[in-house]
Design a protein around this ligand. Structure first.
Ligand code: MN
Length: 313
């Protein structure tokens, strides 16, 4: 018997602080940590930036993962400690590989009135998680058929292939569907998949979902069937089951509690001078996470919990 799909509903989380913009998070959650190597799915907007203040994320660190920024509306300015300065625009992938360590800032541009998008993380496997940090940009050309349009930003689908480098087999695509359109998407049988609905009203394998829901579809099928009950836009994510246990805490991915505690300590040391968090990252020695120049103080790490961080599978 074919295993059933599982609809993961989102929870609202403030991004970057208690007064910050709110996002709808579907991964990780208690019963599911990963879909392939995808380990973090935040969906946000469309938000009126005049009301929410938009996205203001001062310098913060990452390890052991790639961040994939995908916008539906608005623009972000990305800066990082490997010297990248990029404008993140709708329909264009910005993929930042943290590897051994990076720090970055993300701020919505002054021209942005409505911000709408997804922030996705990809866990790096053990043999490449200490790789050098880097940043890539890719604007996938749309592929179209009757009543559908797709942009494949990672991996291969719909006859299109992204040149972007990942460290495990992976799929990431935006798909737009006309009202009433059913699409049988050819997929890798070894992949498990996630379908995040951005806008519209969608059935995934016969299961109706609402915007911001993430549908988990287990591996073992050659086609994935979606039906748009209204005009819909979705993100299709996939990959073979990750198969490694990870520890995720704050902005870090590692393999043990001690490793994460070490990353935290290194970040705190990097952003502290004379016992205080510095005004900007430029006044302290360059450490694991490098420096990123933005006229805002860096984000200090929260305290570690009193219990040991748990392994996620
Ligand atoms: Mn980040």
């Amino acid at each position: 018997m074919t295993p059933q799909v599982d609809v993961l509903t989102s929870r609202e989380v403030p991004l970057g602080g208690p007064r910050a913009m709110r996002v709808r998070r579907t991964l990780p959650q208690r019963h599911r940590s990963l879909i392939g190597a995808w380990c973090f799915v935040d969906h946000y907007g469309p938000d009126d930036v005049d009301e929410t203040g938009g996205m203001v994320l001062p310098a913060h660190p990452h390890t052991g993962l790639q961040t994939a920024s995908w916008l539906f509306g608005g623009e972000l300015e990305h800066r990082d400690s490997v010297g990248s300065l990029a404008t993140v625009r709708p329909g264009e992938l910005n993929l930042m590989t943290a590897g051994r360590g990076i720090s970055h800032t993300e701020v919505s541009t002054t021209d942005t009135t409505v911000l709408h998008g997804a922030q996705l993380w990809i866990a790096l496997p053990d043999d490449s998680r200490h790789t050098e940090p880097r940043f890539e940009h890719f604007a996938p050309p749309p592929v179209r058929g009757p009543g559908w349009e797709a942009r494949v930003f990672i991996g291969s689908a719909f006859g299109a292939t992204s040149p972007v480098v990942t460290h495990t087999p992976l799929l990431g695509a935006e798909v737009m569907l006309a009202p009433g359109r059913t699409l049988d998407i050819e997929v890798e049988e070894s992949f498990e998949h996630g379908v995040l609905l951005d806008v519209g009203n969608l059935e995934v394998e016969g299961e109706q979902i609402k915007p911001s829901d993430l549908t988990y579809v287990p591996s073992g099928r050659a086609t994935l069937t979606v039906t748009a009950l209204e005009e819909s836009r979705l993100l299709l994510l996939g990959g073979p089951p990750f198969g490694e246990e990870i520890v995720m805490w704050w902005n870090f991915i590692g393999r043990t509690h001690e490793e994460i505690a070490g990353f935290r300590e290194e970040w705190q040391q990097q952003i502290t001078a004379d016992g205080e968090v510095v005004d900007s990252g430029t006044e302290v020695a360059i450490g694991r996470f490098g420096l990123v120049d933005l006229d805002l103080p860096p984000i200090p790490a929260p305290e570690l919990p009193n219990v040991r961080l748990k392994l996620r599978r």
